[in-house]
Design a protein around this ligand. Structure first.
Ligand SMILES: [Zn+2]
Length: 284
């Protein structure tokens, strides 16, 4: 997909089972993308896709979230999984080519692919030439959780490896509500899902795209305004989601979904029933 001069690719890692406690398991690949299991006695609550996004512009390669990172560690038991590195190869890129990594937040399903453990059991950045961008508020909150001050939200943060990236100076912490990382790529803090959650806005050649992270994880929630239990500040998340969808619809922007079951992306508009729908091509 192109957004003006940007090329945008979805680096799908496949389908996974998301359990109530936040753990993610491998799941048999299915051709459909049903989100709710048919059997309510099932212990898992949802099927999710994992889809980091690659944005290319000239010799700049920007990664939006880094996936689960399965199989990245030297000697990993996962030898046959698709992860951010195997997926980059499909598009002719290497981890060394990545110049910027923008993390919407630090939940492990978005951030674990940021680093790996090498043969000497040392934590290394998966993208050795990249600057990683995280909102300061996200880091502060994640640290609080991990230090056990407020354990209720800690289960989705697994910071052991991320500390290394921070101490090696690879992470730039953003403190503003909106920061232009490079021309046409702006990170906007939304909060809601987590206090420092941020989204990414792409603008080029009069076209616009939004990568909404966990603020709007998949296309099935386009017209669903119930408050999500997964959001720490669910009212704030809902307000931001309503506002951003209206804005994206007015702009006929392309939406990209991290947890879409099938890497769905599309331009947002409203149908005759005033429901949001996605179109592969801009409706005329
Ligand atoms: Zn999350």
């Amino acid at each position: 997909m192109d957004i003006g001069s940007f090329t945008v690719e979805v680096l799908s890692e496949g389908h996974f089972e998301l359990f109530k406690d936040g753990h993610i398991n491998r799941s048999a690949r299915t051709s459909h993308s049903g989100l709710k299991p048919k059997d309510p006695s099932n212990s898992h609550t949802a099927m999710v896709g994992i889809n980091p996004i690659l944005v290319q512009s000239g010799n700049q390669n920007i990664l939006l979230d880094t996936g689960l990172g399965w199989g990245l560690d030297t000697g990993s038991q996962y030898t046959d999984v698709s992860n951010v590195c195997t997926n980059l190869r499909i598009f002719g890129a290497t981890p060394e080519d990545i110049t910027h990594v923008i993390l919407t937040h630090l939940h492990y399903d978005h951030a674990a692919g940021s680093s790996f453990t090498n043969a000497e059991a040392k934590t290394q950045p998966t993208f050795p030439n990249a600057t990683y961008y995280v909102h300061q508020q996200e880091w502060d909150f994640a640290l609080e959780q991990s230090e056990g001050k407020q354990l209720s939200y800690s289960e989705r943060y697994r910071l052991d490896d991320f500390y290394r990236l921070v101490s090696d100076g690879r992470v730039t912490f953003l403190s503003d509500d909106s920061t232009e990382i490079m021309e046409g790529i702006t990170v906007v803090k939304t909060g809601g899902h987590t206090p420092g959650h941020q989204i990414v806005m792409l603008e080029s050649g009069g076209e616009k795209a939004y990568y909404l992270g966990d603020l709007l994880p998949n296309e099935y929630q386009l017209n669903d305004y119930s408050m999500e239990k997964a959001d720490i500040y669910s009212l704030e998340a809902k307000k931001k989601k309503v506002q951003l969808l209206q804005q994206a619809c007015d702009e006929k922007a392309l939406l990209l979904f991290y947890h879409s079951g099938n890497g769905q992306a599309g331009h947002l508009f409203k149908d005759e029933d005033k429901k949001y729908v996605l179109a592969k091509q801009l409706p005329l």
